[in-house]
Ligand binder design. Structure first.
Ligand code: ASN
Length: 612
């Protein structure tokens, strides 16, 4: 099987027909690209001759192409050719066309067969294709889906794009299935919304992945997020509660932590549990255990024998995390027995689900350069929104929008949200223009989504990158502003920084995971224009942003060809000193040297001689 990277490259190239990138046709910036990793599960299963559900390889995509609501064949073939990606038809809810590619895993598996290796594979596949897509979907069996979502949430560090894990209770190709809605809505959300989290979408709810548990084996409402409200609800409209979105607030680039510690386990207490069983459970090589206790974190206070086993284990360096057996709620030191556990070195896992606690242990314990104290501390720190450790936010008290709303006599939640989406972008943008960091911070505290888009889809970060104030850009990034949002014209904050030549800002955006998102030939066009007009500074902007200085435009010309035609010596020197290839021929078979001869560009000609 080809590697994912090869497939993605193939897919990108198949978008270029006869050397002409069709991406430049009108409206193409309004496409949202989604990569679907199809790992198996009921969603794609088909009944075999014994009526048992089994996954069949190589049928999923073929069948999807036949469903008009999953694939707009006419548009797709006209735009990408017959072997191109799948494309959703336009609908009310998706302002952007959803173009999606499916990578089918081999073998496809029932999720009860999944192991940590599968989580690592998924994480690595996302990393390989990260720059080419706006969002990712993992199609997965439901049985262990919450474990995978929780594990991915930790492994995908400084995630800047949405990852949705979904599946179904009934196969998508059966007449009455939840699969179609789960998949279709996930595609629309992944292509259209800036939610940099690993989510689970199921039965109309988008939930934080590491907060979910599978609660029902035979209901369409198979998942719940008992300790945290849904991030979005997909009814007639998709309503996102932006205040709940957990955004990474560090200047840090997306990275995949691709190792996990397998010496972890889950132990559920029950009345009369023997100390022999506990002793056996804690034998080496175990390094981390999630202990599911009663109610708010209780253990039998009269069982010194089992407390001694816990203490012996923690003294050997085993990390034991206390979580509740109840479906919802948190452990606390409210009752005496919970205190006994703390004395035995067991740490509180607050309201972590067992799945989130186990995968967190596997993640934290695999951090080779962290001390045991750091590992214990990070179990109790909120890394990806997976736990609430008792601090209650005071956002509600300060809510500015609510204050305005009450003076306007607005009360419905929908109107309130609409008011916020009108007020906040304008206020954020004004604060950016006034270079007022304090104002930005207070708006965030008042409930503003720092990445909220205005009517043109532009965010405060777009404006700040155009203005060129490094301090404001830094502040916005530390407040969690997304570097990936494209406005209605397909421009990202990085486009603004490049086209205004703010080099330091380009660098910091890259440190936060920003990348060039346009097709190479379009970037080539812009760089050729820069070369023709003698703008070394602009070429430098592109270079810092990671562009290839030998990139070609639509007719195969490089910036050096243009420097030659227009006799731009400083451009030619810059390009050549930075490794541009002088021997590329354009569509008319000319090198930059040939063109310099033809146009009598003597200064550049002299310089190019050395490279002939
Ligand atoms: N056994 C299936 C799985 O987890 C269940 C499902 O997907 N509904 O793969």
């Amino acid at each position: 099987m080809n590697s994912t990277r090869d497939k993605v490259k193939e897919r990108r190239h198949s978008n270029c027909v006869n050397g002409t990138c069709k991406e430049i046709s009108a409206g193409r910036s309004m496409e949202g690209k989604v990569l679907v990793l199809y790992t198996g599960g009921t969603i794609g299963m088909i009944r075999n001759e014994n009526q048992a559900l089994v996954p069949f390889p190589n049928v999923f995509v073929k069948k999807l192409r036949l469903y008009p609501h999953m694939h707009d064949r006419e548009y797709a073939e006209e735009t990408y050719g017959p072997m191109g990606p799948l494309v959703l038809p336009v609908s009310e809810n998706n302002s952007r066309r959803v173009v999606y590619s499916v990578i089918e895993y081999s073998p496809l598996c029932d999720s009860s067969n999944m192991t940590m290796d599968d989580w690592i594979r998924i994480a690595k596949d996302i990393k390989q294709s990260y720059e080419y897509f706006d969002g990712f979907i993992v199609l997965h069996g439901t049985d262990t889906l919450s474990y995978t979502a929780s594990a991915l949430s930790y492994m995908l560090e400084a995630l800047g794009k949405i990852v949705i894990v979904t599946g179904s209770q009934v196969p998508i190709f059966e007449a009455r299935s939840d699969g179609m809605d789960n998949f279709l809505t996930s595609l629309i959300i992944a292509a259209n919304y800036s939610i940099p989290e690993v989510c689970v979408f199921f039965n109309k709810k988008l939930m934080r992945g590491n907060r979910t548990i599978k609660t029902a084996a035979s209901s369409f409402e198979a998942f719940d997020s008992p300790n945290f409200p849904p991030l979005a609800k997909a009814e007639i409209n998709i309503e996102v509660n932006y205040r709940l979105i957990f955004r990474p607030c560090n200047i840090e680039k997306f990275n995949v932590h691709s190792s996990l510690n397998r010496n972890v386990g889950l132990l559920r207490l029950f009345p009369g549990i023997t100390s022999d069983l506990i002793k056996a459970f804690f034998q080496s090589p175990i390094e981390g255990v999630v202990l599911q206790t009663y109610g708010a974190g209780n253990v039998p206070a009269n069982r010194k024998d089992i407390m001694d086993e816990f203490r012996a284990a923690t003294e050997r360096g085993v990390i034991i995390v206390n979580v509740t057996q109840c479906n919802s709620g948190t452990v606390s030191s409210l009752y005496e027995p919970a205190k006994l556990l703390e004395d035995a070195g067991v740490i509180m896992g607050f309201d972590l689900t067992p799945e989130a606690a186990l995968t967190k242990l596997a993640y934290v314990l695999s951090k080779k350069d962290w001390s045991i104290e750091m590992k214990k501390d990070s179990i109790q720190i909120n890394l990806r929104g997976e736990l609430s450790n008792g601090k209650v936010s005071t956002i509600q008290d300060l809510d500015l929008v609510e204050a305005v709303a009450s003076s306007l006599r607005i009360s419905s939640a929908k109107e309130l949200q609409e008011l916020g989406s009108i007020l906040f972008p304008a206020m954020l943008n004004a604060a950016v223009l006034r270079r007022d960091v304090k104002k930005l911070e207070s708006l965030k505290r008042c409930g503003a989504d720092i990445s909220q888009q205005n009517a043109d889809g532009r965010t405060a970060l777009h404006i700040a990158c155009r203005e060129g104030d490094l301090k404001i850009v830094q502040s916005l990034l530390k407040m969690g502003a997304s570097v990936h949002i494209q406005d209605r014209f397909g421009r990202t904050p990085l486009t603004e920084a490049i086209e205004n030549d703010h080099h330091e800002i380009i660098k910091i955006l890259l440190q936060c995971g920003a990348h060039l998102h346009e097709y190479a030939c379009l970037i080539g066009e812009k760089m050729c224009v820069a070369a023709a007009t003698g703008s070394v500074r602009r070429l430098k902007s592109f270079q810092i942003a990671g562009a290839d200085l030998s990139v070609t435009n639509l007719i195969g010309m490089t910036p050096l060809h243009f420097a030659a035609i227009y006799d731009k010596l400083s451009v030619a020197i810059f390009l050549l000193e930075n490794g541009a290839n002088a021997s590329i021929t354009d569509k008319t078979n000319c090198t930059p040297f040939d063109l310099a001869v033809m146009t009598k560009s003597n200064r550049v000609l002299e310089h190019l001689r050395a490279y002939e």
